[in-house]
Design a protein around this ligand. Structure first.
Ligand code: ADP
Length: 776
């Protein structure tokens, strides 16, 4: 009973009852017995939707009640806002909640007063690197989706960050929440924690496989579920669910498939909508169109108007929220999603269909099956407690033999064990530098001892592998002037400290410093930067692939008297430079792209920073072209090409543009700091390129676009109406502003207010008739 919880604030039982929670679910009760409300460490491995959030809340609230401070680590930014909204419920009891996801170079001083902080693992890592003083005040840390330590890219950050937090504060309560995995006890051992390992679910889940005209369920029963003429299996299941007044979540393996499937399933859903639902859906479709002016937005709105939707990482946040809300409100009856949705966002539905159980995997060179863990997480979204009698999760088989295969592979299978991915060079490069720079280790032995506290160390008997990689990485860091080793003592150089605080992969920093130095030399020796790729001699194969900062420093000394004009660095050159670092996800070259970007390279090679790799260095040359494609996207954005054209030209969604722009902003900001760190006179050109990409405008609009509420399109309209900067906007004729903003009074008032206009009210103002601006 919620009245009998030790250690929690006295208001909590009533609060929970108001939320309809009278009794703990069994795994929650086990967690309390294991001391989660009394400061004990805990690993909870329980199925999706079985109440992990409440376990987290019990731990954090009791810790705060004892005068402490809690941190909740989320794996995805999209989850941070959902959790923030959950925890803000506690503000009525005087708690302060803070969320921090972006901006890797600050120490987040304002978070010092918060009782509960929500952040991504990357953000927490960067807070530690930037010596945020309040980190040492933490008394409780909760990690959501801790099984993601298995993720090659992000896992190591989570692992090292937890190890650092625990070293900073040995009394820290550590609570780790995981989907059901094969080796939860290994996580518990690593974290010195008690374990709740449970299969309990609040609502029954039946897993099964559909083939032919029947749904084969795991209890051995069969349900007739017939597929009509010209109908796909998925459509038949969606229709069958609708006839029972339920909704369906369909998981597919790519964005394009999600969009295509939603388009088709709209035809299945439409006949089942009431007139009232159609009206409400039409309103939501309009809101979706308002979010952005792109084909994706239009396609989504069209599908939603018919009660279907797609959901993937290419959507902007606004789109995703509208879709999730409409699905929860049972207006949208089917959502076709890529697996991102399974990882967290709380959108249960009556049935889940896992349509594609294979997806393209570059490292496997083709289609590879999803892990059992992923498929079970998707399946776990089936069934809404209190609303559905039970949930059903269905895999789709295309042949009789596949029915058996899918039962073996997923329905009856146990999820894989989670394994640390720390002992890989890219991960250790970053984390070893940061570990030394923040003083967690001062010698090779100290470093190895620190790494002993990671999951990796607890999972391997073979110390040799880690030591070998550590030594390689130390050599790399030393050679590139990030670290010094003297008399066995490890020390970060000033450059190394900067790189760690900027949250850069050291290899990105080397690439940036390299490119800028090359440009400085090249500017004094204009012959070096021309010639077709084939004529450029191949770089000597250093093992990093890059010239070291030390070697560069020598080169530059010889040309010290050259006076390169920093204003000559082209924005494209800078965009290309940051796009070729390992911190940027480059766009893929699709078929046909290679020729196009080779031509582009030929025409614009002079603008790029550093020598083009030879065509015979297949990997590096390909990378160089992908970086050029990415840089061209950024350049288009910063020259006001409209969003719809960009999405089409590069085959991306609006959310991807945002993603690239944000990464470029961060990396250019870092490049600015690096340029001054190594005394290069390029900061101004970099800053300009950064601000242009931030606002997506040409140079002349930078000032205007910086006014809150203005943005790239409105800045251009105002500019065309003769208002060219912030100062002019502050004193502008309101009739002109109103006309330039196409008669939108609310917008005009907002914009004027933000620009500091004395009297922004638009009452009685009519748009000036002689102002005509038309961009579309
Ligand atoms: P998870 O994080 O494990 O996927 P959630 O924490 O989001 O699952 O919980 C799923 C749903 O169950 C939420 O809507 C939550 O309010 C509800 N819930 C959690 N615990 C209880 C409980 N003890 N009694 C009733 N409902 C609960």
């Amino acid at each position: 009973d919620v009245a009998d919880l030790p250690g929690v604030p006295e208001w909590l039982p009533d609060h929970l009852r108001d939320d309809g929670i009278e009794e703990l679910y069994p795994p929650q009760a086990e967690a309390v017995e294991a001391g989660v409300t009394e400061g004990e460490n805990l690993v909870a491995s329980i199925p999706t939707a079985s109440g992990k959030t409440l376990i987290a809340e019990l731990a954090m609230l009791s810790s705060v009640a004892r005068g402490g401070k809690a941190l909740y680590i989320v794996p995805l930014r999209a989850l941070a806002s959902e959790k923030q909204a959950d925890f803000e419920e506690f503000e009525q009891y005087g708690l302060d909640i803070g969320v921090s996801t972006g901006n890797y170079e600050s120490e987040g001083g304002w978070l010092a007063d918060k009782d509960i902080v929500v952040a991504t693992s990357e953000k927490v890592d960067s807070l530690v690197r930037n010596d945020a003083p309040w980190i040492e005040d933490l008394t409780c840390v909760v990690t959501d989706e801790v099984h993601l330590v298995d993720d090659g890219e992000r896992g190591p950050t989570l692992e090292v960050t937890l190890a650092k937090l625990r070293r900073l504060n040995p009394d820290l309560q550590t609570v780790a929440l995981s989907a059901t995995i094969g080796n939860a006890e290994a996580l518990a051992t690593w974290l010195d924690a008690g374990l709740v390992d449970s299969d309990w679910r609040p609502i029954d889940l039946q897993k099964g496989v559909h083939y032919g005209q029947a749904l084969h369920l795991e209890d051995g029963s069969q349900q007739r579920l017939s597929v009509q003429n010209n109908e796909k299996q998925t459509a038949a299941i969606v229709r069958d669910t609708l006839e029972d007044d339920g909704s369906t979540l369909v998981f597919v393996n790519s964005r394009r498939n999600a969009e295509a499937a939603a388009g088709r399933l709209a035809n299945t859903v439409r006949p089942h909508l009431t007139a009232e639902e159609q009206e409400q859906l039409a309103d939501i479709a309009e809101e979706i169109r308002d979010v952005s002016d792109t084909e994706t937005s239009d396609d989504l709105a069209d599908a939603v108007a018919d009660g279907a939707a797609f959901h993937h990482a290419g959507l902007s946040r606004g789109h995703r929220e509208l879709v999730e809300d409409a699905f929860r409100d049972r207006l949208v009856k089917v959502v076709c999603a890529t697996p991102t949705l399974a990882a967290g966002v709380n959108t249960p539905s009556r049935r889940v269909v896992v349509r594609d159980w294979r997806r393209y995997d570059g490292s496997a060179g083709g289609m590879a099956p999803l892990s059992v863990l992923e498929v079970h997480q998707m399946m776990g979204r089936a069934g809404r407690p209190g609303l559905d009698p039970y949930g059903e999760a269905v895999l789709i088989a295309s042949s009789h033999d596949e029915v058996d295969e899918l039962f073996e592979r997923y329905v009856w299978a146990d999820p894989e064990p989670v394994r640390s991915k720390l002992a890989a060079e890219p991960a250790l490069r970053t984390h070893i530098l940061a570990t030394v720079a923040s003083g967690f280790a001062r010698s090779r032995e100290g470093l190895l001892e620190f790494l002993e506290q990671t999951l990796y160390a607890s999972q391997t008997d073979e110390g040799g592998q880690l030591e070998r990689v550590v030594d390689d990485v130390l050599t790399y860091l030393q050679r590139n002037d990030f670290l010094e080793i003297e008399d066995g003592e490890l020390d970060a150089t000033s450059l190394g400290h900067t790189v760690s605080r900027l949250y850069l992969d050291p290899m990105s920093a080397a690439e940036i410093v390299d490119g800028l130095r090359d440009w400085e030399r090249g500017a004094s020796d204009s012959t070096s930067a021309s010639g077709s790729p084939a004529e450029t001699p191949a770089e000597p194969p250093a093992d990093s692939g890059f010239t070291t900062a030390n070697e560069l420093a020598e080169d530059v000394d010889e040309t010290d008297d050259a006076d390169a004009d920093p204003d000559d660095i082209s924005a494209l050159g800078l965009y290309h430079l940051v796009s070729r670092t390992p911190d940027m996800y480059q766009l893929y070259l699709r078929s046909g792209d290679r020729e196009e970007y080779e031509m582009e390279l030929f025409e614009r090679e002079d603008e790029l920073l550093g020598p083009t790799p030879s065509e015979f260095e297949e990997g590096r040359f390909e990378d160089w072209l992908s970086a050029l494609k990415t840089a061209r996207l950024l350049e288009d954005w910063a020259t006001e090409v409209d969003e719809a054209t960009i999405t089409e030209r590069y085959g991306v969604g609006p959310g991807d543009i945002r993603g690239k722009v944000e990464t470029a902003q961060w990396l250019l900001g870092a490049a600015e700091s690096l340029a001054s760190e190594v005394d290069l006179d390029a900061a101004r050109a970099i800053s300009e390129a950064r601000i242009r990409v931030e606002h997506g405008v040409r140079e002349e609009l930078v000032d205007l676009a910086g006014v809150r509420g203005v943005g790239r399109k409105r800045a251009r309209r105002l500019f065309q109406a003769g208002i060219t900067d912030r100062a002019q906007l502050r004193d502008a004729d309101k009739a002109v502003v109103l006309a330039a903003l196409r008669g939108r009074r609310k917008t005009a008032e907002n914009v004027l207010e933000n620009a500091g206009h004395r009297d922004p009210s638009m009452e009685g103002v009519e748009p000036a008739p002689d102002v005509s601006v038309d961009l579309d």
